[in-house]
Design a binder for this molecule. Structure first.
Ligand SMILES: Cc1ncc(COP(=O)(O)O)c(C=O)c1O
Length: 396
């Protein structure tokens, strides 16, 4: 048999062993990244307008981040949580500084879904109640707890029965009002629904949900996994609306791309904890904490939160100008560098054309939204490359 070329080898090997759960984009094998750019094994360059699914917020391989990880890797990689650790303590203090004042305590985890599952446990513990309310079109991850909150039937149906969760329509206060009774421990929502297509929560709705929670003794848990760390132009999206959630879940940008998750919560929630209430072997490991510590320094030093707001504005303006006369476009919306272009048809073929014809990588949001989550370090020139490519592939 003829020997397979190297590219087909790697893609085929990965697919044969690891395949089955993820739809791939052709047989592209990504091998290197720098800033907003990725390179495949054949040397082709791509503009990454997804920040590797919203995590590489500082750009790929930010030198300060890479150096911090490398240095820590030579010092200490694993440290059990029954010991204190110098980097973990420093990271905790740095994270506490960027969190809203009332979220005074943190549990360190490894991913978004793990943070969500932990948040549900904390809410049940703190309230002594079991009920959970989430929103339609919400996405919170795919572990059993997180999947119970996730609405999309395609993801959840085969795994039912899941946790008992009441799903109510997003941005509908009446239905929320009817769903939250004295048995509800927690209401979980995103301020901007990402996976469903960058759907903005109305300010009045979000404040109304918080009021309902307060009135009925339920906790408000906000999923900041995609929206946190400057994605929307504030440290956390709920800050746009002056909300005071009892719990927030974080991941994606927290370690600048290094795998990490966290749950932040109030003193009242903290009061319910006891040793063994929750745990995670890898959570808060020194390598992740060193990455997190460096990432937080970079967000601040490079003023990336403010930059996200400014560059997001520019991206929206340029998209609006470039796509002004397109009937195929129903709406362009965004908050900071979280942007959705809603089309009148399915988005799949345009994502393919963007990558294959223009070397630009974007994400879907729902079935008909082209979603952009670029690194917060994106330049004006890179925005222009992206806008021109999008304008070239979208139809009239
Ligand atoms: C809003 C939101 N919540 C939860 C998750 C799940 O995070 P993870 O994939 O790290 O488990 C995601 C991932 O895309 C997300 O966007």
């Amino acid at each position: 048999m003829e020997k397979l070329p190297a590219l087909a080898d790697l893609a085929a090997t990965e697919e044969a062993i690891l395949g089955g759960t993820t739809a791939r984009r052709g047989d592209v094998v990504i091998a290197r990244g720098e800033g907003c750019w990725l390179w495949d094994t054949q040397g082709r360059r791509y503009l990454d307008l997804t920040a590797a699914q919203g995590v590489a917020m500082l750009g790929h391989c930010h030198p300060t981040l890479s150096q911090a990880i490398a240095e820590q890797a030579h010092c200490l990689i694993a440290c059990p949580n029954f010991f204190y650790n110098d980097v973990r303590a420093r990271f905790a203090a740095a994270l506490r500084q960027v969190l809203p004042d009332h979220l005074s305590h943190v549990f360190l985890a490894n991913s978004g879904a793990e943070s969500i599952d932990g948040g549900l446990k904390l809410a049940r513990l703190a309230t002594g109640r079991t009920g959970i309310v989430a929103t339609m079109r919400g996405f919170h991850g795919r572990t059993v707890g997180a999947l119970s909150l996730t609405w999309e039937p395609k993801y959840r149906k085969p795994f039912e029965p899941l946790l008992d969760v009441t799903h109510v329509p997003f941005n509908n206060l009446e239905r929320m009002d009817a769903a939250v009774d004295e048995n509800v421990a927690v209401v979980v929502l995103e301020v901007v629904q990402g996976e469903s297509g960058v759907i903005m929560g109305d300010a009045a709705y979000l404040r109304g949900v918080e009021e309902i929670c307060r009135e009925r003794g339920a906790l408000l848990m906000i999923d900041e996994i995609q929206t946190g760390f400057g994605r929307t132009g504030r440290w956390f999206a709920h800050q746009h609306h002056g909300l005071r959630p009892d719990i927030i879940c974080m991941a994606k940008g927290i370690g600048g791309g290094f795998p990490m998750g966290a749950i932040a919560y109030t003193e009242a929630v903290h009061q319910a904890l006891y040793p063994g209430a929750h745990g995670s072997t890898f959570g808060g490991n020194p390598l992740a904490c060193a990455a997190g510590l460096a990432a937080l320094r970079i967000y601040r030093e490079e003023q990336l939160i403010e930059r996200s707001a400014a560059m997001g504005q520019l991206l929206l303006e340029r998209l609006n100008q470039a796509l002004a006369d397109r009937t195929a476009v129903r709406e362009i919306r965004g908050l900071g560098l979280m942007v959705g272009i809603e089309l009148r048809e399915k988005v799949g073929r345009y994502l393919k054309a963007l990558m294959e014809e223009h070397g630009v990588i974007a994400l879907p949001g729902g079935s008909n939204v082209l979603r952009l989550l670029p690194p917060l370090t994106i330049s004006e020139a890179e925005i222009e490359v992206g806008v021109q490519a999008i304008a070239a592939v979208l139809p009239d």
